[in-house]
Design a protein around this ligand. Structure first.
Ligand SMILES: [Zn+2]
Length: 447
């Protein structure tokens, strides 16, 4: 499986002459891009080769950019047109015509010296500067970039840079941001018999093996609610326009700010948790078992719940299961930990003890998040039931009920707070102490 990572490098402030040369390209690039995007959307052109064939002669006649820019503009155009048409199909486009905002210059392997990469200049103090040469109307311009730790990490670990690079201009500081894409092929590992299964919920992530169960409280739904309340307040207090129904300019800005903050917080937590889980699986030498989620999971949940309470819809939409699954998968591939997706149907409705099927919880049980089996009386945390059932679904591992019958004790369970995730290997350490405790004292910790 191939993984890709985007790495952004900032340039040193450029000389006026250099910056002007790049800005010249930028302006002409934007102008052509805008024109072509209108055309592509109107005529539903989704292939950049076709677009290029149609306009290449015209562009060459009317403009004087180095010709390879016409190739990359066509690719840029088609990408934008496609996503706009997609939005329009879903009736989520806010404008009739596509708006070209935030232009970055796309470079291909001819427009910058891809073959020389990485080319460094060393300063007298030993610091290395990455140089990329870039074609403009005034010839080749050398762009000095500041490489950072992460950049060197990818280089040293054998990631390869892709030919396509994007440049964004920061006018006020006369700087350029360069977006490199690194990729690396990782071997997928064969599955190992023992497994660590993971159940992702709005408020916690529960996971475990045949030996222990752990629950990390994330309180994502509380955070989501907090931010939707903040946003609601902003919406109510920053209104303009007829009947005061639209957010003002400042309101929009604030909404964007808090929307972004919520997203960052969530993603940060998910990434950390994913990393800790994969560390744990690597340490234990087990296969990670995740629920397979249907494509457009969020969309589906939203549609299904359309009639239910609006707040619930918000929560489900915002906990970002898709993102979490992806983070775990990517980390697992990177760390060489095997991972399997299993169909989660009924994973929280089957009794892991006697196998009773389609156990429907009553409202009280739902609220307390407890699973109680009407047949055998087995009662346990709902999320841990899902974890046990996922363990049983994994092809080589014992079925959930065998697991509970063979082992006289219910797996040890512990609830930990999310801030524990800041420490490297924290989950590994917790699981080790849990295992030791169980061997020594054969006690059951219920929280
Ligand atoms: Zn039962």
């Amino acid at each position: 499986m191939k993984l890709t990572r985007v790495v952004v490098l900032e340039s040193f402030p450029l000389t006026k002459r250099k910056f002007r040369a790049i800005k010249e390209v930028y302006e002409e690039y934007s102008e052509i891009l805008e024109f072509l995007t209108d055309y592509a959307v109107e005529n539903k052109v989704k292939n950049h080769l076709k677009l290029r064939k149609l306009f290449y002669e015209k562009l060459k006649k009317e403009h004087d950019l180095p010709t390879h820019y016409y190739y990359t503009i066509c690719q840029d155009t088609v990408t934008r047109a496609k996503s706009f048409l997609e939005l329009k199909k879903k009736r989520r486009a806010r404008t009739e015509k596509p708006v070209v905002r935030k232009v970055s210059i796309w470079l291909d392997d001819v427009l910058w010296d891809y073959k020389k990469f990485p080319w460094f200049n060393t300063l007298r103090n030993g610091r290395r500067i990455l140089i990329i040469g870039l074609t403009t109307k005034r010839g080749r311009v050398k762009l000095p970039l500041k490489p950072h730790k992460l950049f060197f990490k990818y280089l040293n670990e054998g990631w390869k840079v892709k030919a396509g690079v994007k440049l964004r201009l920061i006018e006020e500081e006369r700087k350029v941001l360069a977006y490199f894409i690194f990729e690396k092929e990782f071997e997928e590992r064969e599955l190992i018999g023992n497994s660590l299964s993971v159940d992702y919920n709005a408020d916690n992530v529960s996971f475990g093996t045949q030996e222990f169960l752990i629950q990390v409280r994330t309180n994502l739904s509380r955070m989501t609610r907090f931010y939707s309340d903040v946003r609601k307040k902003i919406q109510e207090s920053h209104l303009v326009g007829w009947k005061r129904k639209l957010p003002s300019k400042k309101g929009k800005k604030l909404l964007k700010k808090f929307g972004r903050r919520k997203m960052n917080k969530r993603v940060d937590l998910q990434r950390k948790l994913a990393k800790r889980l994969v560390e744990l699986a690597r340490e234990l030498n087990v296969t990670i078992v995740l629920e397979a989620i249907p494509k457009n999971f969020n969309q589906k949940v939203v549609e299904k719940r359309k009639k239910s309470e609006k707040r619930l819809r918000n929560t489900l939409h915002n906990i970002g299961m898709n993102g979490f699954q992806r983070f775990v998968l990517e980390k697992a591939v990177e760390f060489g930990v095997p991972l399997v997706f299993v169909n989660p149907s009924y994973s929280s409705q089957v009794c892991p003890h006697c196998g009773a099927f389609k156990v429907k919880p009553d409202d009280d049980a739902l609220r307390r998040r407890v699973f109680t089996c009407p047949v055998c009386g087995f009662s346990f945390d709902r999320d841990f039931v899902a974890v046990l059932n996922l363990l049983g679904l994994f092809p080589f591992s014992p079925k959930a009920h065998e697991l509970l019958e063979e082992e006289p004790v219910v797996p040890v369970n512990l609830t930990v707070k999310a801030n524990l995730l800041h420490h490297k290997n924290s989950l590994v350490m917790i699981s080790q102490s849990l295992k030791q405790k169980r061997v020594q004292e054969e006690t059951v910790f219920m929280v």
